[in-house]
Design a binder for this molecule. Structure first.
Ligand SMILES: Nc1ncnc2c1ncn2[C@@H]1O[C@H](COP(=O)(O)OP(=O)(O)OP(=O)(O)O)[C@@H](O)[C@H]1O
Ligand SMILES: [Mg+2]
Length: 260
């Protein structure tokens, strides 16, 4: 596989001598893939996503994204990497409440150094594409959950990221709205956007991701792309149906912790 993301023997412990949140994980993701990460609450899914996002550093092992080794970058290098390469969306949207919809989307473009007219044009295009143009001057508090997640997706895409990373993007939405957001993510992937999505929803994983990686106790316990792609760490083939069958064993999304 021509890997866009190459995670090699990565372990993460938050405290020296404490337990491993992620242990000996190796996996590769190719450009254009849509990957779901599933597993019980506390199994290390968000930790793994944050390591790929450059929001955190592994205790050991390496993370390569687009040919760049990100675990050894300086803080400035990491900030640049995140700005240029990564768009992230979260369960609770993480919008800035005192900025309008348009300014929430505009802000990261301006931080990335895009000229104001260009940033505006890009923002307008995305708001249009995500069907939230009519709310461009509204404040997030006035929007529904689904609308807020659309704004968050627009914000994540404004700098044309190499990777779209989503941590339980439908976890706070009702079923119908969650399906809308899922369909939107699938469209983005069909248009070429590489994405990794942590989800507790097996339907979302099966319908909107071409591949599901299962994490248990910080380790890869299954990879529907086949054992060959999950390079060690107990990777084995687990079909989508088996994920569906196991869904009842997953933690409940409503009890999931999130970090800002
Ligand atoms: N900032 C932190 N400091 C210390 N321990 C942490 C921190 N973040 C996560 N952990 C621990 O690391 C382990 C993995 O947590 P993580 O948040 O990655 O799990 P998760 O699979 O995303 O769970 P959930 O489905 O509930 O969101 C847990 O034992 C958790 O308590
Ligand atoms: Mg999590």
């Amino acid at each position: 596989m021509d890997a866009l993301i190459r995670v090699s023997d990565v372990s993460k412990r938050y405290d020296n001598g404490g337990p491993f949140a992620v242990q000996d994980v190796s996996l590769q993701v190719a450009a254009g893939e849509a990957v779901a990460i599933m597993g019980p609450s506390g199994s290390g899914k968000s930790t793994l996503l944050n390591l790929i996002a450059g929001l955190d550093r592994p205790t050991s092992g390496s993370v390569m994204v687009a040919g760049q080794r990100i675990d050894s970058l300086s803080e400035t290098g990491l900030a640049r990497f995140r700005r240029q390469r990564v768009g992230m969306i979260f369960q609770f949207f993480n919008l800035l409440d005192d900025l309008t919809v348009a300014d929430n989307v505009l802000l990261p473009a301006q931080l990335a150094g895009l000229s104001r007219p260009l940033a505006r044009r890009r923002t307008d295009q995305l708001l249009e594409r995500l069907s939230i143009s009519e709310h461009r001057q509204a404040y997030p508090a006035r929007l529904s959950g689904g609308e807020r997640q659309r704004v968050a997706i627009a914000r994540a895409l404004v700098n044309s990221p190499t990777l779209l990373l989503a941590d339980e993007p439908t976890g706070a939405l009702d079923t119908a709205t969650g399906e809308e957001i899922g369909a939107l993510l699938r469209e983005l992937n069909a248009a070429g956007q590489t994405m990794i999505m942590v989800t507790h929803n097996p339907d979302l994983a099966v319908q909107y991701a071409g591949r599901t990686i299962r994490i248990i106790d910080g380790r890869v316990a299954g990879d529907s792309a086949g054992a060959g792609d999950s390079a060690g760490a107990g990777g084995r083939h687990v079909a989508g149906d088996e994920y569906l069958a196991r869904a009842g064993h997953d933690g409940d999304a409503t009890t999931a912790r999130t970090r800002p």
